[in-house]
Write a protein that binds this ligand. Structure first.
Ligand SMILES: Nc1nc2c(c(=O)[nH]1)N[C@H]1C(S)=C(S)[C@@H](COP(=O)(O)OP(=O)(O)OC[C@H]3O[C@@H](n4cnc5c(=O)[nH]c(N)nc54)[C@H](O)[C@@H]3O)O[C@H]1N2
Ligand SMILES: Nc1nc2c(c(=O)[nH]1)N[C@H]1C(S)=C(S)[C@@H](COP(=O)(O)OP(=O)(O)OC[C@H]3O[C@@H](n4cnc5c(=O)[nH]c(N)nc54)[C@H](O)[C@@H]3O)O[C@H]1N2
Ligand code: SF4
Ligand SMILES: [Mo]
Length: 681
């Protein structure tokens, strides 16, 4: 397997490991054993040789002078960032000695793993780590921070994370990019939209911010934050009222269309306009465009999912393609996530049976601050990997207060001394994905991909799978599951999957060709994973779970008496907080900014370029104002998750709520309110 890594020079196939839907095929150029250039693999069917600037510049990150090379222990105060080199032996001994003690005194649930998808590789993100923590009996983490609300909402309608094949969307005649900043976050969906546009397709963008995606649209529709669910209901109202629905499709492939038809009568465009801020005539125009254009395709983004009502909003939008029968047309339909097509054998990979039916508690990752400060019995040890909660989790000040607890034993495994790692007792160096063996399943396209190591491990860095193998051995876990090699794990996970779409995918095939497409078959008729096998416009399951069984709308929660709605979104040149600490990417992105409407700016006596303080009862930060008309009055938008330290007050998540969304225990990053004032020089 290390045949690529041991070669000093050459060009080798890879896959992008970042948490990005595109999951590009890459070609990595090596000289003298080091990566000197990364480009897109021109033969990759959907990403076709184009990659983003972030990864084009990834060598600067891989060989950044601050990359961790060896284990360290803390010698300064928590958060200060003073560490001293130790050996792997000492690091593992310190960790397992602490854990064995804690298991005696407080039980294994006093230990909490905390991870997310800093590397999307299936082994890295949810493989040996899961086996290890199941066997340990540690508290479990509910990994809800990204898309849990929308996934739950979408599933009520469609049964699973299944949608349109992005390769087919070049046939669409109407693209609605809804709550997605695709130019930055899903660039190849833009490529297909542009190709479709050459054949006459229109691109509509619905967003709270006229960012680069909005600027590329044929029609940009600004909307008030957290009101998208109501807009979808308004569209349904018009489609039914003006007979723009596909009656045969509704009859054959859906349940509840008669109930829905009656239910949406109340959502007339005038009422919906009041809620959404979208003029009634624009709601008519959009509904008529949607009702008369086929195939139409909706790319469902994360924007409205990160609100208190994000689950229901996604549920509503997911109903729209059924109303006009889009699911039978090539390129028609919607895509929130396609992860449901490439499912491997998770039980094999993660071994939940090692929990031995223990009912260990589950802690929602969004409420880390609360968990560290308030939970009883307390969390006494935290093992963080592939995630940077000190920057990405809401209620950031509570998170940092929790991480600073003297009695909390924290280990962080990462490539860099992140803001989180600065609070650790022990820091472990992680390999990059280019140093690992892993398999990848896109949540947007249908290709499964293989990564074989193309470079040797950096310094003393180790992969996630190796770290947990070593920890298992040191804890005395002797199950064969902890001895399996990476290749054995891949083989088992793919080849024992009960998933007909993976029929033609095996480790051997992936070695021959780095990307293999799943054999996806049509889901209609009769194959949808909903209880009725049809698209559920009316859902009994929702009723049982305490929701309206029909699409519905509730406003976001009252977040207190602050004048402005605060939308802290991601930016173009970072990937969440990844790259925020790399000079090259910092230069590309420049300073963090606050976008504010000129009306609001005027009344606050703020001019473009002013330094402003943004605050609410949870915290504050300082950014530079950009005054203009790209956000509606009453809304402010920032982009990017920046590092924070004394004197560098850029932590937008110190302002965000840790409330859970209506469904799935999801995040509500965008449902907070703030005040803004100019900082006098
Ligand atoms: N360059 C880059 N790419 C990324 C990431 C990154 O950080 N940087 N992150 C990756 C990850 S983990 C994810 S989950 C995806 C997320 O990518 P997207 O799905 O694009 O989600 P966001 O960028 O969170 O927000 C999308 C848009 O929603 C808008 N928005 C906010 N609130 C609302 C609302 O109530 N209604 C509407 N209609 N719009 C709203 C924001 O202004 C923003 O333009 O991107 C992935 N790709
Ligand atoms: N305000 C606000 N907050 C947000 C969001 C938002 O839109 N606005 N978006 C949310 C979303 S959608 C998401 S998905 C989360 C993402 O939050 P995170 O999952 O924390 O994502 P990153 O900030 O990219 O941090 C990933 C970390 O993993 C490390 N890493 C990479 N590869 C490996 C590996 O192989 N092994 C180990 N051990 N470490 C590795 C990286 O160096 C990096 O420090 O953030 C959420 N936070
Ligand atoms: S971050 Fe996304 S667009 Fe950039 S190379 Fe990776 S998968 Fe492709
Ligand atoms: Mo995400």
């Amino acid at each position: 397997m290390t045949q690529f890594a041991s070669q000093k020079d050459g060009i080798f196939p890879s896959v992008c490991s970042l948490d990005c839907p595109d999951q590009c095929g890459l070609l990595v150029h090596k000289k003298d054993g080091k990566i000197v250039k990364v480009e897109g693999d021109p033969n990759h069917p959907i990403t076709q040789g184009n990659i983003c600037n972030k990864v084009r510049n990834i060598a600067a990150r891989l060989y950044d002078e601050n990359r961790l090379q060896y284990p360290m222990k803390r010698i300064g105060a928590k958060g200060e960032g003073k560490f001293e080199r130790i050996s792997w032996d000492e690091a593992i001994k310190t960790i397992t000695t602490q854990w064995k003690k804690l298991i005696e005194t407080d039980g294994p649930e006093s230990i909490l793993p905390y991870s997310f998808y800093g590397n999307m590789g299936n082994l890295t993100a949810e493989g040996m780590d899961r086996r290890f923590f199941h066997r340990l009996g540690a508290s479990r983490l509910d990994r809800t921070i990204c898309q849990a609300a929308g996934t739950t909402g979408y599933k009520y309608t469609m049964g699973g994370n299944i949608g349109t094949d992005p390769e087919d969307t070049i046939h669409a005649k109407l693209f609605i990019l809804w709550g997605i900043n695709a130019v930055s976050t899903n660039m190849h969906q833009i490529t297909t939209a542009q190709k479709a546009r050459k054949n006459g397709a229109k691109i509509v963008v619905i967003d709270v911010h006229k960012n680069q995606t909005g600027r590329l649209a044929d029609w940009f529709i600004p909307i008030l934050p957290g009101t998208d669910g109501a807009l979808a209901l308004g569209i349904m109202h018009i489609l039914f009222a003006e007979n723009l629905v596909n009656e045969e499709f509704l009859e054959e492939f859906t349940v509840g269309h008669e109930e829905l038809r009656e239910h949406v009568v109340q959502y007339n465009p005038e009422r919906v306009s009041q809620i959404t801020g979208v003029p009634a005539e624009d709601i008519y125009k959009l509904a008529r465009m949607y009702g008369t254009t086929s195939p139409s395709f909706i790319r469902i983004g994360n924007g409205f999912q990160h609100h208190d009502n994000g689950g229901m909003a996604t549920r509503n939008i997911a109903c729209l393609p059924a109303l006009t029968g889009q699911w039978l047309l090539k390129g028609g339909g919607a895509n929130k996530s396609n992860s449901g097509f490439l499912t491997h054998n998770e039980a094999y990979l993660q071994r939940p049976d090692l929990l031995k039916n223990k009912k260990t508690r589950k802690i929602n990752m969004i409420q880390l601050g609360k968990a560290l400060l308030e939970l009883d019995p307390p969390v006494k040890s935290l093992f963080v990997y592939s995630c940077n909660p000190a920057v990405v989790a809401p209620e950031g000040n509570k998170v940092r207060e929790g991480l600073a607890r003297e009695d909390l034993f924290t280990v962080v495994h990462d490539l860099f001394l992140t803001d989180t790692a600065k609070f650790a007792d022990i820091v472990l160096p992680a390999t990059s994905s280019y140093e690992n063996t892993d398999f990848y399943s896109s949540y947007w396209h249908h290709y499964m991909q293989l990564q074989q190591p193309v470079i040797e491990p950096y310094g003393e860095a180790k992969s996630n799978t190796d770290v947990f193998r070593i920890l298992a051995q040191a804890m005395g876990f002797d199950e064969p599951a902890f001895k399996e090699t990476d290749e054995e794990m891949i083989r088992g996970a793919i080849e024992s999957a009960n998933n007909p779409y993976l029929e033609e995918i095996s480790l051997e095939r992936l070695k021959e060709n780095n990307y293999v497409k799943a054999k996806v078959k049509p889901l209609l008729p009769g194959k949808l994973p909903t209880p009725s096998r049809k698209i559920e416009l009316y859902s009994k399951k929702m009723l049982r779970a305490g929701f309206s069984p029909l699409p519905d709308y509730a406003p976001i929660v009252d977040d207190g008496d602050f004048p402005l709605q605060f939308i802290p979104a991601p930016n173009h040149n970072f990937l969440n907080s990844t790259f925020s600490n790399n000079e090259k990417h910092q230069q590309l992105e420049k300073d963090p900014k606050l976008h504010i409407n000129k009306e609001d700016a005027e009344s606050l006596e703020i001019v473009d370029g002013d330094k402003v303080r943004i605050w609410n009862e949870r915290g504050e930060c300082e950014l530079k104002a950009v005054v203009g008309e790209n956000v509606l009055p009453g809304v402010v938008v920032t982009q990017g998750l920046y590092s924070s330290a004394p004197g560098l007050n850029q932590l937008v998540n110190s302002l965000t709520p840790d409330r859970l969304s209506d469904m799935g225990g999801g995040a509500t990053f965008f449902s907070g309110r703030v005040a803004v004032e100019k900082i006098e020089k």
